[in-house]
Unconditional design. Structure first.
Length: 621
C-alpha cells in the first residue's frame, strides 16, 4: 500500500469554508455531489459541480470518470483486481498483500487532502483565475484513483519491468453532460514509494509516480500552478522529481519518516487546464514511471546491494517482505472551471426597421418555431435555445470563449456546423443590436449578432436582440368603393382572405396624403382567419364628413404662415364650413361643396401590426 499524508478532521473543519461564485467546483457531499461508498471499483463514477458547499450549479453540470483499456487484468496475489481502480488505497485488514474487498477500500469520492500533503497555494480554480487561489484541499473533493505497482511483479517477487521503466496501465476518460470550456484538473497525491530492509541493515528504496498523457485530439494542457515537482511537459502531466515519493512537500520517506535514507523524495500535485472550447470528453493514458531506486546503509550512505537483493516495485507474498505488501500510487483527481454565464435577449416584432425594439404598437409577439443557435470561434454550434412567442430566450451555462448568436428556424444539434439565419415564412429581418432596446441597430440585417466575449470576469450577457417583421399580407383585398349617397358617406369593401385579423379603421383625406380616422369595423372572420370572401360596409353622416373637411383645411394653416392674408382667408372658410355643418341641412352642405375626398382602409392584426388598402376617391351620386 502507498501510505499518504492525511490531514486531521480538525484541519478539515477549519478549511471547509465557502468559495467565490466565479468558479464551479467539486464541493458537494457524497450522494448529491459524488459517489457514495468505498472501492475498489472499476465502475463509472459521476460527480456534480457546485457553486458553493451546498448549491448545485443550475443548469446541472456533471462529469463521469471512466476506466478502460486496462493493461493488467490482475495484480500479484489478487487475481480479480486490475491494475487501476477507483477507491483502494488501503490493503485488506487481514492480509497486507491483498486488496480490500469491494466496498472496504478508500472512499471513492474524497477530499483532496486525503493524500500527498497538498497545499492550497498549489491550486488554481480556473484557467483565467489568479494562480494559487480558489481551491482548498480540505474542502474540495475528487475521485480517488489507485494504480497498483504490484502489477509489475510476479509471485516469486521478480520485477516484470525495469524499476526505471514507464509502464502503460489503462485509460481514464472524463465525460461531461454538457459542453465545457477550459476545465481544470485538480490533482493531489501523485507519487509513491516502496521500502524494505536487507539482511545487513541496508535500505532498498524505490519511487514511482502516475503520469497522464492527453489523448484527445485538438486539446492542449497548461500548468496553472502546483508543487515544486509538478509539471506539464508537452501533453504529459507528471512528477519531475529525480527521487519520486508520496509527499508533495518532500519527505525522507513516506513510509518511515524517522529513518533517513539519504535522499528527499517528492510527490506532486497541482492544477492543469485542459484548453479547448466546448469540450464534452477528455481522455488520458495512465502510466507509472519508476525512478532508479537507491540502496543506502543504515547511516544513509549509498552502497551496493547485498547478494541476491535488488530494488523492487513491490513485495510479493513470501518475498522480500514475507507477509507481502500492497503498493501503488493513490491520487485524487478533482475538477473546477469558470462559472459559466447566461446569454439572453429578445426577438422583437419591429416593422419600422429603425432602432431594434418592439415597434408593433402592442405587446411583443413573434411566431413560434424560432431558435437562437450559439456559434463559437471554430464555427461550431455550442448551444441552442427556443424563442418564446413573447420573443424572449436564454442560452444557459456558456463558458469562456468568443461567440455569435444566430436566429434560425432550426434547432441545430451541438457540435454541428451552423447555417445562415432563417425565419418563418412571411417574416424578414429588420436588424440586430446588442444593447438596450430602441438604442441602436447594427445595420447588417442578417439575423446574426455581433461578437460576444465571455471570460472569467464576465457576468450574464443580456439584450442580445433581434428584430423581424411580417411580409405576409394579412388581408387579400377585394373591391373597395366609396360614395356619397342620400347625403351620407358609404364605404363598401370585401376581403378574399384574412390572417389573424382584428379590425378595420376607415380613414379620410382631402389631399390623399394626410388621413384622419373616421370609424372602426371589427372583422367578421372567425378568430380573425378566413379563406372565403367577406363583405363589409361603413357609413358616416354628411355632417361628420363636413366637420372632417374643415379639420383637413385647418391642417393646412401652418403652410401659409408667411402669407397672412391667405391664412386669414382659409381660416374664414374653415369657420364657415364648421358653421354650415352645424346649422344647414346635410343636403345643402353637400350640394354646395366640390371638395375632393379620399378614402383608405387600415387593416390591424391581432398583434397590432397595420397594413393599408389602396386609396380611392369618393364618388358623388
Amino acid at each position: 500500500m502507498k501510505t499518504k499524508i492525511l490531514l486531521s478532521a480538525f484541519l478539515f473543519a477549519l478549511a471547509n469554508t465557502g468559495h467565490a461564485q466565479s468558479t464551479i467546483e467539486l464541493l458537494g457531499n457524497p450522494g448529491a455531489g459524488g459517489p457514495v461508498g468505498n472501492g475498489p471499483s472499476t465502475a463509472n463514477r459521476t460527480v456534480t459541480l457546485y457553486v458553493n458547499n451546498t448549491t448545485v450549479h443550475n443548469p446541472l453540470i456533471t462529469a463521469t470518470y471512466v476506466l478502460s483499456n486496462q493493461q493488467f487484468s490482475s495484480i500479484e496475489g489478487n487475481p480479480t483486481v486490475p491494475g487501476v481502480v477507483f477507491g483502494s488505497n488501503l490493503p485488506s485488514a487481514t492480509n497486507p498483500n491483498l486488496a480490500p474487498a469491494p466496498g472496504a477500500g478508500a472512499p471513492l469520492y474524497n477530499f483532496m487532502s486525503y493524500a500527498g500533503n497538498p497545499q492550497a497555494a498549489h491550486y488554481t480554480a480556473c484557467n483565467s483565475c489568479a494562480p494559487g487561489t480558489g481551491i482548498v484541499p480540505g474542502s474540495n473533493r475528487g475521485i480517488e484513483m489507485q494504480s497498483f505497482a504490484d502489477a509489475l511483479i510476479d509471485a516469486a517477487n521478480n520485477n516484470l519491468y525495469p524499476v526505471n521503466a514507464r509502464v502503460q496501465f489503462a485509460d481514464l476518460t472524463i465525460n461531461f453532460n454538457r459542453p465545457v470550456t477550459n476545465p481544470v484538473l485538480q490533482i493531489a497525491g501523485m507519487g509513491g514509494d516502496f521500502f524494505y530492509p536487507g539482511p545487513t541493515g541496508n535500505n532498498y528504496t524505490h519511487g514511482y509516480a502516475t503520469e497522464l498523457d492527453l489523448l484527445t485530439p485538438g486539446l492542449t494542457l497548461k500548468r496553472l500552478s502546483g508543487s515544486s515537482k509538478f509539471d506539464v511537459i508537452g501533453n504529459t502531466i507528471k512528477d519531475t522529481a529525480a527521487y519520486l515519493g508520496a509527499n508533495s512537500m518532500g519527505a525522507t520517506s513516506s513510509t518511515m519518516p524517522s529513518i533517513l535514507y539519504g535522499v528527499t523524495r517528492y510527490g506532486a500535485g497541482g492544477s492543469v487546464a485542459v484548453l479547448g472550447n466546448n469540450i464534452t470528453t477528455v481522455s488520458f493514458r495512465i502510466y507509472i514511471q519508476g525512478d532508479a531506486g537507491m540502496v543506502t546503509t543504515s547511516a544513509g550512505v549509498p552502497t551496493t546491494p547485498d547478494a541476491g537483493y535488488t530494488i523492487k516495485w513491490a513485495a510479493a507474498l513470501g518475498g522480500v517482505e514475507p507477509e507481502g505488501s500492497l503498493r501503488g500510487d493513490a491520487m485524487t483527481i478533482g475538477l473546477s472551471m469558470m462559472d459559466p454565464v447566461d446569454i439572453s435577449g429578445n426577438v422583437f416584432n419591429d416593422p419600422n426597421g429603425g432602432n431594434v425594439d418592439n415597434s408593433s404598437g402592442v405587446t411583443n409577439a413573434v411566431p413560434a418555431g424560432m431558435y437562437i443557435n450559439l456559434v463559437d470561434a471554430n464555427n461550431v454550434v455550442v448551444a441552442s435555445a427556443p424563442v418564446a412567442t413573447d420573443g424572449t430566450y436564454t442560452l444557459p451555462a456558456i463558458f469562456e470563449g468568443t461567440y455569435t448568436a444566430v436566429l434560425s428556424t432550426t434547432n441545430l444539434p451541438l457540435g454541428s456546423t451552423p447555417v445562415s439565419s432563417t425565419l418563418p415564412d412571411g417574416w424578414t429581418s429588420t436588424g440586430e443590436y446588442t444593447g438596450l432596446p430602441n438604442t441602436g441597430n447594427d445595420g447588417n440585417i442578417n439575423g446574426t449578432s455581433i461578437q460576444l466575449n465571455v471570460d472569467a470576469t464576465s457576468t450574464n450577457i443580456t439584450n442580445v436582440n433581434f428584430a423581424i417583421k411580417t411580409t405576409t399580407l394579412p388581408v387579400l383585398w377585394g373591391p373597395i368603393t366609396a360614395t356619397l349617397k342620400n347625403n351620407d358617406l358609404q364605404v363598401s369593401w370585401s376581403t378574399l382572405k384574412e390572417i389573424s385579423n382584428s379590425r378595420f379603421e376607415i380613414e379620410a383625406s382631402t389631399d390623399g396624403k394626410n388621413f384622419v380616422k373616421m370609424g372602426t369595423v371589427d372583422t367578421k372572420a372567425k378568430n380573425g382567419d378566413s379563406d372565403i370572401e367577406i363583405s363589409y360596409q361603413f357609413q358616416a353622416a354628411a355632417s361628420a364628413l363636413k366637420a372632417f373637411a374643415a379639420i383637413g383645411l385647418l391642417a393646412l394653416l401652418p403652410a401659409f404662415k408667411r402669407k397672412k392674408w391667405l391664412a386669414t382667408g382659409i381660416a374664414a372658410i374653415i369657420f364657415t364650413l364648421l358653421n354650415m355643418s352645424c346649422n344647414k341641412s346635410n343636403a345643402d352642405a353637400i350640394g354646395n361643396t366640390n371638395d375632393k375626398i379620399f378614402i383608405r382602409i387600415v387593416q390591424i392584426d391581432k398583434d397590432g401590426t397595420r397594413s393599408y388598402s389602396k386609396t380611392i376617391g369618393v364618388t358623388k351620386n
